[in-house]
Ligand binder design. Structure first.
Ligand code: ADP
Length: 516
């Protein structure tokens, strides 16, 4: 014989025969289970809807919808007042719900129609997936149903309601002397929803609301950790139901969830604004640098041209001493033109992004010679030798001639700059598997590992004090890396502080035409 299950009742004494047989009431259990499941589905739907947007205004709309939808918390109207921290004031913002009995019928029948339409979609899904699988579809589609329903409700009715105009004229300052001005602030301070049962209550009742809200109504604060965001008021006007203390209990989780969603959206909005401001600043800086540099490049190029004319005796004979001085002017002007070109290069890459330059067959040795000529002055001043190895067997590479010259110039300029007097800079060529490596070695001050990672950053210098002993803007290696990437090469740096550095650039070897 199968025995009925045993149930231990509170206060029962097992030892003294307190164990009683009881038939479980399946009907009650089923009802209880159904109610809990429905409650759980409702919460899931509302949370899904609240997390479907990162826009503060959308979240407010969803909050208002969730409060009045029969699929949500089933109030009949919701009124939104948003907080303005600048003036410590609440402003009437939006209303969702009917403003007259006539409108109420229309409003709720529209809602039902919308719901029926979405239910048809759900049914179609259920038929497709078969009876055993319907649970899989139940939750996502309920979420979808409630989100789309609420959002389209706000779009259809939220902004056309005559109540909205009335509410938008209302604002309540925190500094007001009258008691009723503090109503909003007091409720937000408590962080808990509250039922207002009479017009005269301990915190006063704002006069502007008297003719609009039904009594009793519920005040729901939406607050962050440090400040209020909004206050939502809901009532059950034009409805058969009334506001009860059970509503208050149901709202506990909703208040937390709504506050969290608004807080997240606010943070996201702040981050977005800060990011946009930064991007704008970056753009302005790049445009400014680019404009100033373009303005400098033209006169500098003219100066350089005229000095060359003078040195070539084209406007009269110049003495040896004069030529010497003119040469210095020309070299310094060249140096300035290089700096201006670097700034323009970097500013343009930062504003418009990097463009690629198609590689052509380039002989590296002439490019190297041209680069050495540009550092001649600095080299002679410090009596530094630049030695080249394996010059004869160097193959052409796939690169851009002018870029390669500028890259080599920057690397040689640094090698000379950071070498001691009477030092030696070595340029070596190595061929490996279709690539040519050009290594520039110096025995200068070297770079510590922590800095080595950052030397290609914009305006980065290991010694960035104003009293530093080396000239420069911290752009040479930035431009070098940009040019190398644009022309299909690579750059590697090795360095030991106090011993020196090796900068190696790598380019693919260009296919050479065979001599028949
Ligand atoms: P700068 O115009 O200041 O030389 P770069 O972008 O060319 O700017 O180089 C960035 C920094 O990297 C330099 O300020 C320097 O601190 C370090 N650096 C670059 N090349 C060398 C080198 N060969 N030896 C030592 N330090 C170097």
């Amino acid at each position: 014989m199968i025995k009925e299950p045993l149930e231990i009742l509170p206060g029962s004494n097992i030892g003294r025969g307190g164990m009683k047989r009881r038939k479980p009431c399946t009907h009650m259990i089923n009802n209880h289970y159904k109610k809990t499941l429905e409650e759980f589905q409702k919460i899931t739907r509302i949370i899904t809807a609240l997390s479907s947007s990162q826009e503060v205004d959308d979240i407010y709309s969803i909050i208002l919808c969730a409060l009045i939808s029969p699929e949500g918390l089933n109030f009949s109207r919701s009124f939104l007042f948003t907080y303005d921290p600048k003036f410590d004031t609440f402003h009437g913002n939006m209303v969702l719900g009917p403003s007259s009995q006539e409108e109420a019928c229309d409003f709720f029948s529209q809602m039902q129609k919308e719901e029926a339409a979405i239910n048809t979609i759900i049914e179609a899904h259920r038929k497709k997936t078969g009876p055993g699988e319907e649970d899989i579809w139940d939750f996502p589609l309920s979420g979808l149903k409630v989100s789309s329903l609420w959002i389209s409700m706000v779009q259809k009715m939220g902004f056309q309601n005559p109540l909205t105009d009335t509410i938008r004229r209302l604002s309540y300052s925190g500094y007001g002397k009258r008691k009723n001005e503090k109503f909003f602030h007091q409720i937000c301070k408590d962080h808990r929803p509250r039922i207002i049962r009479q017009k005269r209550n301990p915190h006063g009742f704002p006069p502007g609301l008297s003719g609009i809200l039904d009594i009793p109504f519920l005040a729901i604060p939406v607050t962050g950790k440090t400040q209020p965001y909004a206050l939502v008021l809901v009532d059950r006007k034009f409805s058969n139901l009334s506001i009860t203390s059970e509503d208050l209990q149901n709202l506990e989780w909703f208040v937390n969830q709504a506050s969290l969603s608004v807080e997240n959206a606010m943070l996201y909005q702040d981050l977005q604004e800060a990011y946009n401001d930064l991007k704008q600043m970056e753009m302005l800086k790049s445009n400014f640098l680019s404009t100033v540099s373009h303005e400098l490049r033209t006169p500098l190029t003219t100066i350089y041209g005229f000095v060359e004319l003078l040195m070539d005796n084209r406007v009269g004979e110049v003495s040896r001493d004069q030529r010497e001085l003119l040469y210095r002017v020309a070299m310094n002007t060249r140096h300035l033109i290089n700096i201006v070109n670097d700034i323009i290069e970097v500013a343009e890459v930062r504003t418009h992004g990097m463009s690629t330059i198609k590689g052509k067959s380039v002989h590296p040795v002439p490019a190297l010679k041209a680069a050495i000529a540009h550092v001649q002055d600095q080299r002679e001043d410090k009596n530094i030798s630049i030695d080249i190895q394996e010059r004869d067997s160097v193959p052409p590479v796939l690169a851009d001639r002018l870029s390669l010259e500028r890259i080599l110039y920057h690397l040689l300029d640094n090698a000379v700059k950071f070498s001691p007097r009477n030092g030696r800079v070595l340029v070596e060529f190595h061929q490996t598997e279709g690539e040519l490596q050009i290594a520039i070695t110096d025995r200068g001050i070297g770079i510590a590992p922590g800095h080595l990672r950052r030397i290609y950053d914009y305006f980065y210098q290991v010694d960035n004090k104003l009293s530093r002993s080396f000239e420069g803007l911290g752009l040479g290696l930035t431009v070098t890396r940009l040019l190398i990437s644009a022309t299909g090469g690579k750059i590697l740096a090795e360095s030991t502080p106090g011993k020196g550095s090796i900068f190696t650039i790598v380019y693919p070897i260009a296919k050479q035409k065979k001599n028949l």
